[in-house]
Design a protein around this ligand. Structure first.
Ligand code: 5GP
Length: 117
C-alpha cells in the first residue's frame, strides 16, 4: 500500500484547516479553484477519501467512491460551463508527471483553446 501523508495540503483543505475557493461538494468529492491557475478555468477535483494518486484510488476505493468521484468531475464540468466549448482532464501521478500534492486529484482545465497536447 502507498503511504498517505495526512498533512498534505489537500488533506488540510478537506479538514477545512486551510481555505479554498469551493465550486462543488458532495459525499464523494470536493472541487475548488487551483491557487496557480494554468488556464482561465482551472478546477481541482479531489475524493474525500485518503488516496495518494489515481493508481491508489483505483486499487483501494470502493465502487461507490469511484463512481461518485467521476460523477462529481462531470458535475463540475457542467456547473462551470466547461462542457460547452470543451475541457481537458489531467491527473498527475508520481515523479515522471511531477505530481506536487500527494492526494489524488483531477485537474479540469478550460475557458480557452488549450492547444494540442
Ligand atoms: P499536481 O502537480 O500535484 O498535479 O498539481 C497540484 C496543483 O495544486 C497545482 O496546480 C497547484 O497550483 C495546486 N495547489 C498547490 N497548493 C495549493 C493550495 O494550497 N490551494 C489550492 N487551491 N491549490 C493548490
Amino acid at each position: 500500500m502507498i503511504h498517505y501523508d495526512p498533512e498534505n495540503i489537500f488533506a488540510k483543505i478537506l479538514r477545512s484547516e486551510i481555505p479554498c475557493k469551493k465550486v462543488y461538494e458532495d459525499d464523494y468529492a470536493l472541487a475548488f479553484a487551483d491557487i496557480f491557475p494554468k488556464a482561465p478555468l482551472h478546477i481541482l477535483v479531489i475524493p474525500k477519501g485518503a488516496y495518494t494518486c489515481f493508481s491508489d484510488f483505483s486499487q483501494r476505493a470502493s465502487d461507490p467512491e469511484i463512481v461518485g468521484f467521476f460523477k462529481a468531475v462531470e458535475c463540475v464540468t457542467q456547473q462551470t460551463g466547461a462542457h460547452k466549448d470543451g475541457y481537458r482532464l489531467i491527473s498527475n501521478k508520481g515523479a515522471n508527471a511531477h505530481q506536487e500534492v500527494p492526494h489524488f486529484h483531477v485537474h479540469v482545465l478550460g475557458g480557452k483553446s488549450l492547444g494540442g497536447f
